[in-house]
Design a protein. Structure first.
Length: 248
């Protein structure tokens, strides 16, 4: 029996768990950080909550007899990816990063690319702009420095604390989102700017397409740098890597 740990929380991670469920001789464990109170259920074993740092993750790999680790976390989960790299190096566990391709600028896009949420907040114009903010509930605090703006905030779950800016509307929705719906949302709310992270993938790409069609500027936060190591852009590539490793 081969023990495979999937660091999850993405569509790709869930798809990989489903694919591994039908692979003989494999025990798949999907680990979720626990930030979403109602995570999507996947086959195999599920583990909820962080590991508590590099050493505890390394201990877990050894205690569970993990043979392979697939880091299929969000492209912006740089901290856990760094910890996974260090823990796997220490425990001698082969590691693969399953990272969806980033969005690419296309004709008609008006992107302002920045490296942080603080820079994104500074890049927005002064006074009165209506901003569609789609960066997740963990990244809202820097925009509290912009009380001069109105924000439309979309989250999967309601935040535990009040939002850090006085003028806003909160909507709770989970993707994927249709292009027509995103275009109508921008129009109805009179949005002037979109702020988002370059997460890539199809589930939330429609907002980028809708902004392009309406000629709206997008403040695009670049991805953080990920650790070096084996990487693939899709689940097929991950399955091929796993099969090759198990055959060795």
């Amino acid at each position: 029996m081969a023990n495979i740990l999937i660091l999850g929380g993405t569509t790709e991670a869930a798809t990989l768990a489903w694919r591994l469920a039908s692979k003989p001789g494999v025990r798949a464990i999907t680990s979720l950080a626990g930030r979403t109170r109602q995570p999507v259920t996947v086959p195999g074993e599920m583990r909820i909550g962080g590991f508590g740092g590099v050493e505890r993750l390394k201990d877990y790999l050894c205690l569970e007899g993990i043979d392979l680790l697939v880091d299929a976390t969000h492209p912006f989960a740089a901290r856990i990816s760094k910890q996974a790299a260090e823990a796997c190096n220490g425990a001698g566990v082969p590691r693969l990063m399953l990272v969806r391709p980033a969005w690419e600028r296309q004709d008609g896009d008006s992107w302002i690319e920045v490296d942080s949420m603080e820079a994104a907040a500074r890049a927005l114009p002064e006074q009165g702009a209506r901003v569609f903010l789609t960066v997740g509930r963990q990244e809202l605090e820097p925009f509290g420095a912009r009380p001069d703006l109105w924000f439309l905030v979309r989250l999967i779950e309601a935040p535990k604390e009040p939002l850090p800016f006085p003028r806003h509307e909160l909507i709770r929705e989970r993707g994927p989102f249709a292009l027509e719906d995103e275009a109508q949302l921008l129009a109805r709310r009179g949005i002037d700017f979109l702020v988002t992270k370059n997460a890539g993938g199809q589930a939330s790409a429609a907002k980028i397409q809708a902004a392009r069609s309406r000629g709206l500027p997008v403040v695009m936060v670049r991805r953080p740098r990920l650790p070096l190591g084996d990487a693939t852009a899709d689940v097929d590539g991950a399955m091929a890597w796993i099969s090759a490793r198990l055959a060795q």
